[in-house]
Design a protein around this ligand. Structure first.
Ligand SMILES: [Zn+2]
Length: 370
């Protein structure tokens, strides 16, 4: 709780300094940032350290906007380089026709499965870059790397890691390229309608372009991390598509959330790690969490590596919330990377990568030891 209050204190101070603009609200929700900033406003929390950008190596490189196309290209190049060490699956298709990729490294037959997913929220597109770089690190260091005294190759004999770098590719494309990021005329209309409604209701005062920069939802304005069967009925119903916060017409109404549920039901998972941004915090709990001890243990492990603060989290409708409370519950945590508001500048990579470079190996070792 001390960490929570410290963090809130810093947030309130930041608000005071920037002048609390309408559209800024403080809410600790699952998978959503502690601080929600409406389109057109920016809120800086903390001060980005002046650390230098890590040296770039390999296939996956930083970009101002690491896009769906960049990711697909990188997956192809990694496959050309490490084909025997990775399996590329498509677990579903987004509303706008993009593939939902799952890249598996290790031994799925061993029965221990770890999932790492990113970008369920569109504007949080630092996370696909992060998950892709973790994937490349796992592949590049497969024969030489070690964690906690165990070689990566031994870990991968005993478990499989499923990397899902971009589970909401339409949302990422909208946040990066605006209306030009959508192929379907019908979806484009839905997005424009969402803007009109949000303008009308005072949820934004921004220009359309600026509004779309802040897009968290999927291609038709549903916040995927409010679309899961965990307290969904009780969630506030916005009643219309929006850049953020609309829970949809029913549980798992969206192909992207359904694909995640289907994948969750396909294996017995040791853990699921959900990457979001921002805040440098870890949400690890939810009301009715059936795997509380394991989730807390995982969160403490990740906090020890990243230096992030632990928050219990509440809210509902999130993938983590559902995983922790479903019939066969799965230990799960949400890591919120980055210290500045989304979309984050490329320079934030200098903080995000060193903090998270080893997280995948740590949770894999944790899963194998259990
Ligand atoms: Zn998020």
């Amino acid at each position: 709780m001390r960490d929570f209050r410290t963090y809130m204190g810093a947030a309130v101070l930041a608000l005071a300094l920037t002048g609390a603009a309408p559209g800024i609200s403080l809410a600790a929700g699952p998978g959503s940032s502690l601080i929600t900033v409406g389109p057109g406003q920016t809120l800086m929390t903390g001060t980005a350290s002046p650390s230098e950008m890590p040296e770039e190596w390999g296939v996956v490189r930083t970009a101002d906007k690491y896009s769906y196309t960049d990711m697909e290209q990188d997956i192809r190049e990694l496959q050309a380089q490490y084909g025997s060490r990775m399996t590329v699956n498509v677990i579903g298709t987004s509303l706008d026709g993009r593939n939902l990729y799952e890249i598996v490294v290790g031994n799925p037959g061993a029965g221990t499965h770890v999932m790492i997913q990113g970008a369920i929220h569109g504007r949080e597109y630092m996370t696909p870059l992060l998950v892709m770089k973790q994937l490349e690190t796992a592949l590049a260091q497969y024969d030489t790397g070690r964690y906690g005294g165990i070689s990566y190759s031994s870990l991968f004999d005993r478990a499989a890691v499923h990397f899902l770098p971009m589970v909401n590719p339409d949302g990422v494309s909208i946040s990066q390229f605006g209306l030009a990021g959508i192929n379907s005329p019908q979806l484009r209309e839905t997005v424009e309608e969402a803007y009109r409604k949000d303008l009308e209701e005072g949820r934004t005062e921004a220009s359309l372009d600026r509004y779309l920069d802040y897009w968290k939802a999927n291609g038709r304005g549903v916040d995927l991390n409010s679309n899961f069967d965990a307290g969904w009925e009780e969630l506030n119903d916005l009643g219309h598509p929006s850049f953020a916060g609309y829970k949809g017409t029913s549980v798992c109404s969206e192909p992207e959330s359904m694909a995640l549920v289907n994948l969750a039901n396909k294996y017995q998972w040791s853990l699921v790690l959900n990457y979001h941004s921002m805040g440098e915090v870890i949400y690890w709990d939810y009301e009715g969490n059936k795997v509380q001890d394991q989730s807390r243990e995982l969160a403490e492990l990740a906090a020890g590596i990243t230096g992030y603060s632990l928050l219990p989290s509440s809210g509902g409708g999130g993938y983590k919330d559902w995983l922790q409370t479903k019939e066969l519950p799965v230990p799960s945590i949400t890591l919120e990377v980055g210290s500045v508001s989304c979309p984050m500048p490329r320079s934030e990579w200098a903080r995000v990568w060193p903090q998270n470079e080893q997280v995948w190996a740590a949770v894999l070792a944790w899963a194998v030891r259990r």
